[in-house]
Design a protein around this ligand. Sequence first.
Ligand code: MG
Length: 303
Amino acid sequence: MIPYNSCYQIDDPRFKTLIQKNACLHKVATGFEWTEGPVWFPAHQLLLFSDIPGERIMRLTPDGHVSTFRQPSNYANGHTRDTQGRLVSCQHGTRSVTRTEADGTVTVLADRYEGARLNSPNDVIVQSSGAVWFTDPTYGILSDYEGYAADPEQKARNVFRLDPDTGALEAMITDFVQPNGLAFSPDETILYVAESGSSHDPDVPSVIRAFQLDCDGRIVADSVFATIDQGLPDGMRVDAAGHVWSSAADGIHCFRPDGTRLGKILVPEVVSNLCFGGSRGNRLFITATTSVYKIAVNARSAI
Ligand code: MG
């Protein structure tokens, strides 16, 4: 009998249906300062990811070749695709959320709220309606390491929703210490947001919060979805069956929609973020400190 690879921690036998027991964790790129923001482009079969302090966005193609996509990147962090397949990015350096158009030009979607500069947009997702949701913690202005040191102009570290047609920006959640990764359930009725405030204050719980949305995108309920027991939650993704796959210090933690942790994919570097990709959408790409890893799973992206 083939044993499960040592890269798995199985907390609940149901996790075995979501992983490939003999799949290995592959290091597909390395040599970076702090990798983040992986995003897969099915139309091009390529992965983009940030090296935030290195001030560059990298491109990984299926042949394993890694090249520079954009440098300088304005200290880009999280990325996603919008409904038209365009790259949407958070940039610490410009304290903005941008969209890269098909012709390569870059459009600023948001850089101010109520007349003041944003803190440093961190991670971003796009709803099927086209609405852009992003988090705005202060990591990119705390020092010159991954942005430009500055005093915050915002009163809070918000989760924002942007209407890309009108440019209207609305603070939807205002009570985070440091909101970070975010993801929707497959039916978009639940928004998951990572609280990563323990990075600078050990009294802040390392939790993923779940927000119930009504059909207008208004938040009608708020609960703690899960606690991360190693390090803190940063980026996360939800698969087509609604499982939440979150970053943590020791790897990827996988949760059922009811919050039960099923298990972990153990990664030898601190994980910042992940995304599904590959030609059939069933590979996990994991950004972890200096490297990017890939592993086959029995799950695929909700979108
Ligand atoms: Mg992040």
